[in-house]
Design a protein around this ligand. Structure first.
Ligand code: CA
Length: 148
């Protein structure tokens, strides 16, 4: 467990880093596709969002949401992912909507950094964004350390 500090730029950089973003989102997609049919069903997506904790927690703080409201939320989420109304979410739809969500979060955060307390294996994309920034900072630090 650790505390990470992220702001809108951290999240936006991750969403716009196509190579890293696609790699991480595709790997998440594969792990969420429980029956390995190449698409996410309604229940697989719901499981995904429960594990990402974007809905039932607000930046790591648990908030109580009534069950019927949650069910509606998950239906709305599914519809927003399932762009072509095929009844399943394919990898391209998943990437596109995760990017939309992250960019919306980035806009919401703006330049005010927030602290998040995360498990090391936290599957959320905000954690991924923080990890990516941390790895960039680490690789920037490395050469100067070698010179010193
Ligand atoms: Ca599936």
């Amino acid at each position: 467990m650790g505390v990470v500090i992220i702001d809108g730029t951290t999240v936006r950089d991750f969403a716009n880093n196509e190579e890293e973003f696609n790699k991480r989102v595709d790997s998440q997609f594969a792990s969420l596709d429980l029956n390995n049919d190449g698409v996410l069903s309604r229940s697989e997506l719901r499981t995904a969002f429960q594990s990402m904790r974007l809905i039932e927690t607000h930046f790591g703080l648990d908030v109580a949401t009534p069950n019927d409201e949650l069910a509606r939320l998950y239906d709305t989420i599914f519809d927003s992912f399932d762009g072509d109304r095929s009844g399943a979410v394919d990898p391209a739809e998943f990437r596109a909507e995760i990017r939309n969500i992250l960019l919306a979060i980035a806009d919401g955060l703006g330049s005010s950094p927030i602290q998040m307390i995360l498990e090391d294996d936290d599957p959320s994309f905000l954690k991924q964004a923080a990890d990516l920034e941390a790895s960039k900072l680490a690789s920037k630090d490395e050469p100067s350390e070698k010179k010193a």
